[in-house]
Design a protein around this ligand. Structure first.
Ligand code: ATP
Length: 591
């Protein structure tokens, strides 16, 4: 639906219409932090409530959790975040700016230097023109670039471009050349800063967790962290939720809330923020070996299973695919068309060592195709880590498993033990560990495996904003042209569901009726009252915040109780009674 490729247009609408503001704006803002305004916070709430309803309330096999943001620091030791949750960071030796080393070329392309240099490239890679750029514009844009500072480097670059323009035909190749043209030895080649052209340090790992101190004493022993994801609390509270929720594996625990990452270079509006919200589900399943014992065989994707209703015999692969499909359905039901996002299956070499599969759902944002959310099959890694570090058991007792193992008899058990040991050996795993694992299975015990659909509220909201935006060229009856900006949100997500307008302000009976209807509607739905300006202008204001229905109370309302209901997308009007209108809205909002 979107007919814009510009993030600027979305940013400006969001500011104008109260969706998103820069945090602490009156003090110049703070990088990577965003506030949601009157319309934005309603919309964000709708996304979260929709997710909660779909993931928790509408399912019998998922329980909720609302854990603290600051937790025992050992959680982050066990999860691996203290040791490995880092991004490579480089610093510019000249301008001192810090940046993610894996984003340097994106920062260059998006920035003023990149755009200016790209314009030269687009005109054809010409040595003379590039030299002109170095002597002119680059003095202001990239003053620390070697070719700008040092005539010998510029001459060397000029010769190289002249000799082989194709070799520096890309922005990255050309920018690198302008910093290194005088170097013959590969070891001496440096990466230039995308902000000023200076030399960057080699990348160093930078831990993304925000630190704080718990209690009055500012001592290293009291250091704690703001959670970088909501998931770990779910693992840490697994035994409590299991014992109080009357759930048995397979089942899930869901949580949503704030997460914090000290992103080195927050960028692309709210896409990469330092404070954001996540909606995460940890869905615990039996290890495939337990499924095999209980059901005799494990269903895999090769069996082409029907994914509509979970089955006992499903192995991890089918559960994973099931959640990928569920998540795609939800994304679509929120209003993102099927063709606006893709599934990216991580390649084996990209997977974390414990992960069996990971799918990123990627959306075509105006700044490129980027991750909206991920669905990972994480084996029993997380619970096992917490079991190891806390000394508390994360095992479950699974009665059907114990019964199935008993039914095998001694010979059957020995054969099963041998089979599993061989399978683990084929995956490079230790025979002793395999035997201990199977012995536990025979007792009906195991540490559950997990499928993790992990979504970002802010990214979903940004995708919905980008998708909903449309500028429509309209011509009125008198032939006058106009542009209508309209946000085509799904009614479930729209910040305001219905706006109520009295046709005129100065007729007490009509005004009173309109107020009465508004009061009635606002008890059920997010409703907006607007009595100022021509009706057409009131429609346009609502179009810009994506209100699906505008209701005008007019003189006919006083006679027969009907109102004019104007549809945001078609702009068509119909007369409905209040009951008919409520039925229409209810139908569209049903999750
Ligand atoms: P990326 O590779 O984009 O940094 P990630 O793979 O680190 O993301 P996860 O750790 O899997 O992300 O987090 C799950 C989800 O949380 C992401 O898919 C995204 O929707 C959201 N998310 C993660 N980091 C941020 C951030 N800095 N700002 C906004 N949302 C985020």
């Amino acid at each position: 639906m979107s007919n814009t490729s510009s993030l600027d247009v979305i940013t400006s609408l969001c500011k104008r219409r109260g969706f998103i503001f820069h945090s602490s704006e009156i003090y110049g803002g703070i990088n990577g932090f965003w506030d949601y305004g009157p319309t934005g916070c309603e919309m964000k709430r709708n996304i979260k409530e929709d997710w909660w309803k779909t993931t928790v309330r509408n399912r019998e096999d998922v329980a909720g959790l609302d854990a603290t943001i600051i937790m025992h620091p050992s959680i982050w030791r066990a999860s691996g975040h203290l040791d490995t949750f880092s991004d490579p960071m480089s610093t510019c030796k000249a301008c001192k700016k810090l940046m993610r080393a894996d984003q340097i070329w994106d920062i260059l392309a998006d920035g003023e230097i990149g755009q200016s240099l790209q314009a030269e490239l687009d005109a054809g890679t010409d040595a003379g023109k590039i030299a002109g750029w170095c002597k002119g514009k680059a003095k202001g844009l990239a003053p620390n670039l070697a070719a700008v500072q040092n005539p010998l480097v510029l001459t060397a670059a000029f010769e190289k471009i002249k000799a082989d323009p194709a070799s520096c035909g890309s922005l990255q190749a050309l920018y690198k050349l302008l910093a290194n043209a005088n170097k013959e030895v590969e070891d001496e080649v440096v990466t230039p800063c995308p902000y000023c052209g200076g030399e960057l340090t080699d990348p160093r790992p930078f831990n993304l967790m925000f630190k704080t101190v718990v209690g009055p004493v500012d001592d290293p022993a009291n250091v704690a962290y703001l959670r970088p994801e909501t998931a770990q609390a779910i693992f840490a509270q697994f035994p409590n939720v299991l014992s109080t929720s009357r759930q048995t594996v397979p089942f899930g625990i869901a949580q949503m809330g704030k997460s914090f990452r000290n992103e080195v270079t927050p960028r692309n509006y709210t896409f990469r923020s330092r404070e954001f919200e996540q909606m995460e589900l940890e869905f615990f399943i039996r290890p495939d070996e337990a499924v095999e014992l209980i059901c005799g065989r494990v269903t895999t994707m090769a069996d082409n299973p029907d994914l509509s209703t979970p089955q006992n015999a499903w192995g991890w692969e089918v559960w994973h695919k099931y959640w990928v499909e569920r998540r795609k359905q939800w994304i679509q039901s929120c209003g993102l068309p099927k063709d606006s996002f893709v599934e990216y299956w991580q390649k084996p070499e990209e997977l974390a060592h414990y992960a069996r599969a990971c799918v990123d759902i990627q959306y075509s944002f105006p700044f490129g195709v980027q991750e909206l959310e991920g669905i990972a099959a994480r084996s029993d890694f997380d619970l096992t880590q917490h079991q190891k570090h806390s000394g508390k058991s994360m095992e479950v007792f699974d009665e059907p498993l114990k019964l199935a193992a008993n039914a095998l008899g001694e010979a059957g058990k020995a054969a099963f033990m041998e089979k599993v040991t061989a399978e683990w050996a084929a995956r490079g795993k230790d025979a002793e560990a395999a035997r201990a694992f199977v012995a536990k299975l025979f007792d009906g015990k195991y540490v559950p495996h997990v499928i993790e659909p992990s979504a970002g509220v802010d990214r979903m909201m940004l995708a919905l904003l980008c998708n909903a935006y449309e500028e429509q060229k309209l011509t009125d009856e008198k032939g006058k042209e106009d542009v209508r900006v309209v946000m085509h949100f799904s009614p479930r997500i729209a910040p305001v569901k219905v706006a109520v307008f009295p046709l005129v302000k100065n007729k007490p009976e009509l005004y009173g009726k309109a107020r009465e209807m508004f009061e009635h509607l606002r008890r059920r739905y997010a409703a907006f009252w607007d009595e100022s300006g021509a009706i057409g202008r009131r429609y346009r204001r609502q179009d810009e915040i994506g209100t699906p229905w505008c209701v005008t109370v007019d003189f006919q309302t006083l006679e027969d109780g009907t109102v004019t209901v104007r549809d945001r997308d078609t702009m068509l009007q119909e007369r409905l009674t209040l009951e008919q209108l409520k039925a229409k809205i209810d139908d569209a909002l049903l999750v």
